[in-house]
Design a binder for this molecule. Structure first.
Ligand code: ADP
Ligand code: MG
Length: 482
């Protein structure tokens, strides 16, 4: 039987506000435990929550960026459950009336193809505290610094059809929240956490299968691995005559498997009801306009423009828009006169590799966009070949100067004088009569040997196109000389 995978993601992204969603306590990461939890976060009697305007503005920016309807009236609700890191005994969330309604986002897959994935809703809520299981000799410590940190929970439609699509979607949301400046997306610090709902169904079927939900995935690699494992587990279970149980599972990265955590709770277990301490949030067109006025060109629009304006491939455009910093780098290189296609190749190729190796972000690149443009100009005007350009690139990276200075200092100017190249070729052919005979007898591979010899003797500087043409010319017997 052929199986189809169905995945929907719930993503919790921490909104980058200075203070919490319902109190004035700071949200900065890494403070000593319980130094950033005030009476409101602790749920002490008699305190009242006050909504943070910055959290609302950020949710609106997100909704606008995914083309969603922003609710003119949304309502906070209490989600009741008991856990030690939740002192109030309920989490303030949104239930029936979320701030952001239906929207969509475009994902780009590795082959350059793209798909639109539906977003069901996004709602504002507060985070819980943290239970600390280490350092307490068998006891559990509670740190409430995170309690009340603003979250936007972004819920996708069950539109994703493979672990790779789920990964591409999670990356697209991560890219977008950083792009529009509403979250730092820091996964190590828990600012971006994913719950993956997975099910399988016979290919061609339209009914949804029973799903499991894998909680709290905080790395892209684990997200993909967890879904891969879970899909294979469900298929095997069903093929062996079993049934998938709807439940919440946890991924164990060490064993690379998912394990049951608890049976799935139903919404009515939470006894949701509107929070009587908070007014409904009412938003008008002016508020939306003000919150979204400074939004930059969004990744999907920029990708489309890079393809149409510069003829870049969808894949290259996707790489260049992976972050705003990368897109800005490309724009600066082109503004400095760099050829767009060459710039794309060099940014996505050698520059990305060098940054990766050095563990640097593109904003901290030792090779500035203007430097890259200078290098590309010398490739374009034929001063250096693409191969020699790699040496020049390394020189600029090592702060030896700009492209022109390095080409001059290292004597790397390409040899384009055909008389000079012909002289090198003639010398080499004369020194290797045996290989010349082999080539003329039909052993075409030997051609590469001659190219190699010419390049070696010219220290890589001979213009490769001219070398090829002149070698062809010299090695092809002419009728008049036969
Ligand atoms: P809950 O809030 O109880 O987890 P929802 O119905 O709101 O449940 O769905 C949560 C997520 O699960 C959504 O992203 C949705 O797309 C996804 N989902 C729902 N049903 C399925 C299914 N059968 N298979 C895969 N994903 C599903
Ligand atoms: Mg859920």
């Amino acid at each position: 039987m052929q199986w189809e995978t169905v995945i929907g993601l719930e993503i919790h992204t921490q909104l980058a506000t200075a203070s919490k969603i319902f109190s004035g306590a700071a949200t900065a990461f890494g403070a000593a435990p319980n130094t950033q939890a005030c009476a409101v976060d602790l749920g002490l009697p008699g305190v009242l929550p006050v909504l943070n305007l910055g959290a609302v503005q950020r949710a609106v920016r997100f909704g606008h960026a995914v083309g969603a309807q922003i609710a003119s009236r949304s309502v906070f609700a209490r989600k009741n459950y008991f856990y030690p890191d939740l002192p109030k005994g309920y989490q303030i969330s949104q239930y029936e009336l979320p701030i952001v309604g239906r929207g969509a986002i475009e994902i780009v897959l590795a082959d350059g193809s793209s798909r639109r994935i539906g977003i069901t809703r996004a709602h504002l809520e507060e985070d819980a505290g943290k239970s600390l299981h280490e350092d307490f000799h068998g006891l559990t410590g509670i740190d409430l610094n995170r309690a009340g940190t603003p979250l936007l929970e972004i819920v996708s439609e069950p539109d994703l059809r493979s672990p790779a699509e789920a990964l591409a979607y999670a990356r697209a949301i991560h890219q977008l929240v950083r792009w529009i400046g509403i979250s730092d997306g820091n996964m190590q610090e828990g600012s971006f956490r994913v719950d993956a709902n997975c099910s399988v169904r016979p290919a061609g079927s339209t009914a949804l299968g029973t799903r499991t939900e894998i909680k709290n995935l905080n790395s892209f690699r684990f997200l993909q691995k967890a879904i891969e494992f879970e899909v294979a587990r469900q298929i095997e279970l069903i093929e062996d005559g079993g049934e998938v149980t709807q439940e919440t599972r946890l991924y164990d990265p060490i064993r690379d498997e998912t394990r049951p955590m608890r049976s799935k709770e139903e919404a009515n277990d939470y006894r949701y009801f509107p929070d009587p301490d908070l007014l409904p949030v009412e938003i008008d067109a002016d508020f939306i306009a003000a919150a979204t006025a400074d939004l930059p060109e969004l990744p999907a629009a920029l990708r489309a423009r890079l393809c149409s304006q510069y003829g870049l491939s969808a894949y290259d455009a996707a790489l260049l828009t992976a972050s705003r910093e990368t897109a800005d780098y490309f724009a600066a290189a082109v503004a400095a006169g760099g050829d767009a296609k060459l710039a794309a190749n060099w940014i996505n190729g050698p520059l990305a590799a060098a940054l990766n190796k050095a563990g640097l972000e593109i904003a901290a690149s030792p090779l500035a966009p203007q430097h890259l443009a200078g290098l590309l100009a010398r490739i374009q005007d034929g001063t250096i070949s693409g191969n020699i350009a790699k040496q020049v690139f390394e020189g600029i990276w090592a702060a030896e100067g700009d492209a022109d200075a390095i080409i001059a200092a290292r004597g790397l100017t390409q040899i384009t004088d055909s008389g000079a190249i012909a002289a090198i070729i003639d010398g080499i052919l004369a020194a290797h009569p045996e290989q010349v005979a082999q080539y003329r007898a039909g052993k075409e591979k030997v051609f590469g040997f001659f190219v190699g010899q010419v390049m070696k003797q010219s220290r890589g500087k001979a213009n490769p196109q001219q070398v090829n043409a002149l070698l062809q010319d010299r090695l092809t017997p002419r009728e008049d000389t036969e």
